[in-house]
Each structure stands twice: as C-alpha cells, then as structure tokens.
Design a protein around this ligand. Sequence first.
Ligand SMILES: NC(=O)c1ccc[n+]([C@@H]2O[C@H](COP(=O)([O-])OP(=O)(O)OC[C@H]3O[C@@H](n4cnc5c(N)ncnc54)[C@H](O)[C@@H]3O)[C@@H](O)[C@H]2O)c1
Length: 257
Amino acid sequence: MSSGRLAGRVAIVTGAASGIGAAIAARYGAEGARVLVVDIDETRGRELAEKLEGAEFQRADVSSADEMSAVVETVRTRFGGLDVLVNNAFATSFGRVEDLTDEAWRHTQRVSLDGVFYGMRAALPLLVARGGGAIVNIASISGLGGDEGLGAYNAAKGGVINLTRTVALEAAARGVRVNAICPGLIDTPALQGVWDLVPQRRESTKRSIPLGRFGTPQEVASLALFLASDDAAYVTGAAIVVDGGLTARSGVPPLTS
Ligand SMILES: NC(=O)c1ccc[n+]([C@@H]2O[C@H](COP(=O)([O-])OP(=O)(O)OC[C@H]3O[C@@H](n4cnc5c(N)ncnc54)[C@H](O)[C@@H]3O)[C@@H](O)[C@H]2O)c1
C-alpha cells in the first residue's frame, strides 16, 4: 500500500519527459500516485516512467483529440480510473504578430490551447465517474499579460486560464476542481531556448525578479502537488502565480533607496 499525499491516486501528466512536467510526475510518484507519463519524446518519457514506481509511459501528441482520448482510455483500463489530470505540454513560436506565419500561430494554439481542451474533455467523464478529482492546467504569467514577440503564446495561455475558470464552474457540482498554475521564469530547457535567442537579456532579467533568481521545476511541482491534493479541497477556478514576485509590480519605479 503506497503512502503520501496522493496515495492510491492515478494521475496523467502531459509533457512529462522534461522540465516542469517531469518534476510534477516525479513529485506525484513520490507522494504515492500512479502516473501515466505522456509525451511525444519517447526516449526521455520512458526513462522517467521506469524510475517511478507504478508509472507507465504513453507516447501521445496532445494536439490530437484521438490520442488524448487514447491516453484516458489507458488509465481506465490499466489503472482503473483517474483522479488527477495535469495539462502541461506546450508549444510556442517567437516573432511579432505581423511576422507570424499561419502555421506558427496554429501550431502554438493546437498544442498549447487545443491540447488542454482535448485533455479536459476526454478526462472529465472518468474524473466524475470516480466521484471527483482535480485538473491542473499549466498556464503561464504570459497568459496574464503580453510579451513582445510571444503573441501566439500569450493568446494560448490566456485562453488556458479562462477555459480553466469555465470548466471549474461546469464541473464544481460534480466534485472536480480545476485550477491553473502561472509559472514565471523557470529554469528548464524551454527557458534555455529563450536565452539562446536573447543571451544578453539573461542577467538583467534575473535581476528584475524580486526574489533574485529563476525558479526551479520542483518549486512549480510543489504547487501542482498542493492543487492535486486534499489540502486544496476548497480551491477551484484559481490561476495562481509561482513567479518569484515578477508580476507583483505595478510598473511604478521603486520609491525606496
Ligand atoms: N519554463 C518556464 O519558464 C515556463 C514559464 C511559464 C510557463 N511554463 C509552462 O510550463 C510548461 C512546461 O514547460 P517547460 O519549461 O517544462 O518545457 P520543456 O520544454 O522542458 O518540456 C515540455 C515538454 O512537452 C513536450 N511536448 C511538446 N509538444 C508536445 C505535444 N504536442 N504532445 C505531448 N508532449 C509535448 C516536450 O517533448 C517536452 O518534454 C508549459 O506549459 C509552459 O508553457 C514554463
């Protein structure tokens, strides 16, 4: 019999082969959950699943409704149900809006927004059948404001936050809690991709974070664990930042020395 804050629970984590998703899958596993690790990266996804007790890997592209339905079918048949869905996989594109191609725009929406919709739509009946559960959508502080060069991502993540609120309302009476996490700048391969584009901005960006450093995937996983657990029994429809204080500023310059 497993122990921990998620003992006996079943969780799906998408985009779990790397970064924040991998940290969440590992944390859930350590807290007693059986985790279905979902990613398009088969090698790293399998590697992680092999390290977690009771975990399995399934290759799936979240932008495919059929593949997300198959993922949910796997936990039904292999694990006997579902308690927690974490929609974490994403894609982005960089460039001013007038320079974005149709394909760059669509790819970002397909993976980062459609994928969250497909995941929730497929999982809800199984969560309800269990008498309730939790959905944790990994959004971003980029869903709360705009960023020059990230329009497609801003639109998708803003959509994830508001869709989270809608599903929280629709599912509340059936015992399913739905929340979004808005990470700030978290040290992962994806953030490294940003520094590859603008290496000269790395240090000044770090200095602009009130806590003075980038976050770790484990710090996001701590919030994802709370939201999945019974400790968050009264939390639904929330979009919670974990950003070292980055979005706390109004923009007025500091008036203290
Ligand atoms: N790192 C940050 O600073 C940061 C900030 C805010 C929000 N986020 C969000 O956190 C989440 C995880 O980001 P990360 O930094 O850990 O990224 P990452 O690049 O380290 O990991 C993303 C994972 O998603 C997988 N993936 C990509 N497309 C997929 C698809 N179509 N289907 C299934 N899996 C797919 C990748 O293979 C990879 O394993 C994302 O939703 C991202 O928007 C990250």
